[in-house]
Design a protein around this ligand. Structure first.
Ligand SMILES: Nc1ncnc2c1ncn2[C@@H]1O[C@H](COP(=O)(O)OP(=O)(O)O)[C@@H](O)[C@H]1O
Ligand SMILES: [Mg+2]
Length: 212
C-alpha cells in the first residue's frame, strides 16, 4: 500500500498542497496532470528521493530492500559496453541465478516487450523507444513490489505504448500484490486502457484528465 496523508511539498512554489490518497496492493493507477503539475515530484516522494515538508508518505509493510521499488525515470541508464542481453542478465547473475533460467526469463520478457531482435545490440545502437522497453524489462525481471513509471510511453508509438501497458496489466495479474503507478499525459491511451486515475492540478488530486 502507498498512503499519502496530508502531504505538502514545495520547491520555491508549493507543488503539492495537503494531498491525501491511498493506493492498495494490486492496483494499476495512472497519475495524470499537465506538464509541471507535480507528477514527477509525487513519484520522487514515493521513492524517498524527496521528503515531504509536512504530512506523511507511508509505504505499507515497508519495503524490505531497495530492489522492491522500481522507478523508471528519464534518461534510461543501460551499461554501454554490454549488449542488451547482458544488460538484462546483469541483475539476474548478480542474484546468482542459473544460466539456463536466466536465458529463459530473458527470452520470455523480450518477447513480451518486443525486443527479442535487439538482444545482441549495444545500447548506443538502439532507439530511445527500444531503450525504454529494455529498461522496463530489466526492472520487471527484479520482481519489484512497487513500479513507478514516469512517462514510460513518451518515446513510443501508439502500438508499442499500448503493448507496454498491456504487459504491465499482465504482470500485475501474475504478481497480484504489486502496485503499478504510471505518470502519463496521453489521454487517448488512457481511454483505450482505462484504470483508476489520480489527476494532479493546482497542487491537489482532482477528478480526471480532460481532453486538451
Ligand atoms: N528541482 C527543482 N527545483 C525547483 N523547481 C522544480 C524542481 N523540479 C521541479 N520543479 C518545478 O516543480 C513543478 C512540478 O514539476 P514536476 O514534478 O516535474 O511536474 P510534472 O512531472 O508533472 O511535469 C514544475 O513547475 C517544475 O518546474
Ligand atoms: Mg514529470
Amino acid at each position: 500500500m502507498i498512503s499519502f496523508e496530508k502531504v505538502s511539498y514545495s520547491y520555491d512554489d508549493k507543488i503539492l498542497d495537503n494531498i491525501s490518497f491511498k493506493i492498495m496492493a494490486g492496483e494499476f493507477v495512472y497519475l495524470t496532470g499537465k506538464s509541471g503539475s507535480g507528477k514527477s515530484t509525487l513519484m520522487k516522494l514515493i521513492a524517498k528521493q524527496l521528503l515531504p515538508d509536512s504530512g506523511e508518505v507511508i509505504i505499507g509493510n515497508g519495503l524490505r530492500e531497495k530492489m522492491e521499488l522500481f522507478f523508471l525515470e528519464k534518461p534510461t541508464q543501460l551499461i554501454s559496453d554490454k549488449t542488451i542481453y547482458e544488460n538484462l542478465a546483469y541483475y539476474l547473475e548478480f542474484q546468482g541465478r542459473n544460466l539456463s533460467v536466466i536465458h529463459q526469463l530473458i527470452q520470455e520478457i523480450s518477447k513480451e516487450f518486443g525486443i527479442q531482435d535487439i538482444l545482441s545490440h549495444f545500447p548506443d545502437d538502439i532507439s530511445g523507444g527500444e531503450a525504454d522497453r529494455v529498461y522496463l524489462a530489466q526492472g520487471l525481471l527484479k520482481k519489484p513490489k512497487i513500479i513507478l513509471l514516469d512517462e514510460p510511453t513518451s518515446n513510443l508509438d501508439p502500438a508499442s505504448s499500448q503493448n507496454v501497458l498491456k504487459t504491465l496489466e499482465a504482470y500485475i495479474k501474475k504478481e497480484p500484490t504489486t502496485i503499478v503507478l504510471i505518470a502519463i499525459h496521453d489521454f487517448s491511451l488512457i481511454k483505450k486502457i482505462p484504470h483508476r486515475e489520480l489527476y494532479l492540478s493546482d497542487g491537489k488530486i482532482r477528478g480526471t484528465l480532460h481532453e486538451v
